[in-house]
Design a protein around this ligand. Structure first.
Ligand code: GAP
Length: 470
């Protein structure tokens, strides 16, 4: 079988040429910090700062709205991170959830074989072949040293449950949220009385002991997933559901502002498919470090429910009252990362412009994703009546949206600061406001200013939010 080439253009430029631009903005403005930084950091774990947590919460809210709130056929779930260890044996993760690892004989650095320079074309068979390093002339990218033969490295983190630390007390930190939905299939279906086709959506932390994490929050060891499992009739209906979900998921990123030309889809080759998948297509984004997976859409067949039914002894068949048939539903999964999505929105929104001879940095985030929707700014912070009016306005706005007050610089600088963190609207209170009861509302993207009555400001902001909603 030949794999279709990825859809979309290959020569589209990334939004930011250099990842450092985003990493430094994130640190400086409080989006993302290295974890445990005062102790030198811990590899592949990142902390979200005051603005980052707002952005990521907004991404998760937007996903939940599209996947649960707006639909009658999908319900939510929040399963535990720790599960019965047998779940991971049955799911195939204990046996197969591994990456090929090689180690340098001199510097002792470890690498994921398929990510080494020169390993781009290796097949799944090559990745397990003891002679692959010699055959492809691979060497350590750090010091050119000799590399070991590959060995499988399981990506699951383990811990022990209870006071005894032995083989029998091992539990795993989940590497995907999906299994929580499968083992709860019956609970959810019966309690919600949903009929197939229906879906279960979950957002939550997952953990993978990645061999080569990196590229900032792109690949971490602790991260958050937004996954939806859609239970469908076997065979053609599953294939049809797959074809519906793939464009729908790609369109979600576009609806929230991701440049369409920087998105493409790529089907997995048969030798690339995960152990559970019949078919998998990634939605990819053109990151500064190349085209990479943003989200996966998978046809998992009956792999998960049949195996869990067999291993647990529980009947996980669905009874269709319309046709009076019993069957094990197939699953079409949409598997996204909350961190990766937030990172993508951040990168794609970044732009630099020249305004009256000066550089203006703007995060053109969709208003629903922007950490603050509105900033309330005094033109003269020395006038207590102006400051007091600002605080009253901010408090009123904050009942409905994230609103911030700032008086720590002159107005031009305050605008630039808000542009750089993506705040769509600034409300400025000036001396005239005390007389005419009106304020200036400035738009981030067009920089146009409009005079609006104080009584009407909140409605104007909410109307603009509503108009922007996908
Ligand atoms: N349940 C299927 C599954 O987990 P996956 O393609 O391995 O599929 C789904 O993961 C999504 O989770 C990815 O597309 C990515 O957005 C996110 N993800 C996976 N591993 C990640 C990591 N180490 N760091 C950040 N995000 C990750």
């Amino acid at each position: 079988m030949t794999t279709p080439p990825p859809s979309g253009s290959d020569d589209v430029l990334p939004a930011v040429a250099n990842l450092d631009t985003i990493v430094s903005l994130s640190k400086r403005r409080g989006f993302v910090f290295p974890s445990s930084e005062i102790y030198g950091g811990i590899n592949a774990v990142w902390d979200y700062g005051p603005l980052g947590v707002e952005l990521k919460n907004n991404v998760k809210r937007a996903w939940w709205r599209a996947m649960v709130q707006d639909r009658t056929d999908i319900v939510g779930l929040d399963a535990g991170i720790l599960m019965h260890p047998q779940v991971w044996v049955t799911s195939g993760h204990v046996g197969s959830f591994s990456d090929p690892l090689v180690e340098c004989g001199t510097c002792r650095r470890r690498y994921r074989l398929d990510e080494l320079p020169g390993a781009e074309e290796l097949t799944a068979t090559d990745l397990l072949d003891a002679t692959v390093v010699e055959r492809f002339g691979l060497s350590c990218p750090n010091d050119g040293g000799p590399l070991s033969a590959p060995r499988r490295f399981n990506l699951m983190f383990q811990t022990h449950m209870g006071p005894v630390q032995d083989e029998g007390s091992i539990v795993y930190f989940r590497p995907e949220t999906a299994q929580g939905s499968y083992v709860n299939f019956k609970n959810v279906q019966q309690s919600s009385r949903k009929k197939v086709p229906f879906g279960i959506a979950q957002i939550g932390k997952s953990f993978r002991n990645e061999i080569s994490p990196g590229n900032f929050v792109f690949r971490m060891r602790e991260f958050e997933q937004m996954e939806m499992q859609y239970f469908v009739r076997p065979g053609d209906p599953a294939a049809a559901a797959f074809e519906e979900w793939l464009p729908r998921r790609r369109a979600w990123y576009e609806a929230y502002g991701v440049t369409p030309a920087r998105l493409r889809t790529r089907e997995h080759r048969p030798d690339e498919l995960a152990h559970y998948a019949k078919k998998a297509v990634d939605v990819e984004y053109r990151f500064p470090f190349g085209w990479k997976e943003l989200e996966g859409v998978h046809n998992r067949g009956d792999f998960d429910l049949s195996r869990h039914a067999e291993a647990s002894g529980e009947n996980l068949e669905y009874f269709d009252p319309a046709t009076e048939e019993h069957f094990v539903p197939w699953i079409v999964e949409t598997a996204a990362g909350a961190d990766r999505a937030a990172f993508t929105f951040l990168i794609d929104a970044y732009r630099e412009e020249e305004v009256r001879g000066e550089k203006r940095v703007v995060l053109g985030l969709h208003p629903e994703l922007a950490p603050y929707k509105v900033a309330v700014l005094p033109l003269l912070k020395k006038r207590p009546e102006i400051v007091e009016l600002c605080h009253r306005l901010r408090t009123d706005l904050a009942r409905d949206v994230m609103a911030v007050y700032d008086d720590s610089a002159a107005i031009g600088k305050l605008y630039r600061r808000q542009d750089e963190i993506g705040t769509p609207w600034c409300v400025t209170v000036d001396v005239d406001s005390l007389e005419d009861g009106a304020v200036t509302v400035r738009d981030r993207d067009s920089m146009t200013q409009e005079r609006i009555s104080i009584a009407g400001v909140k409605r104007a902001i909410l109307d603009r939010m509503e108009a922007a909603r996908p």
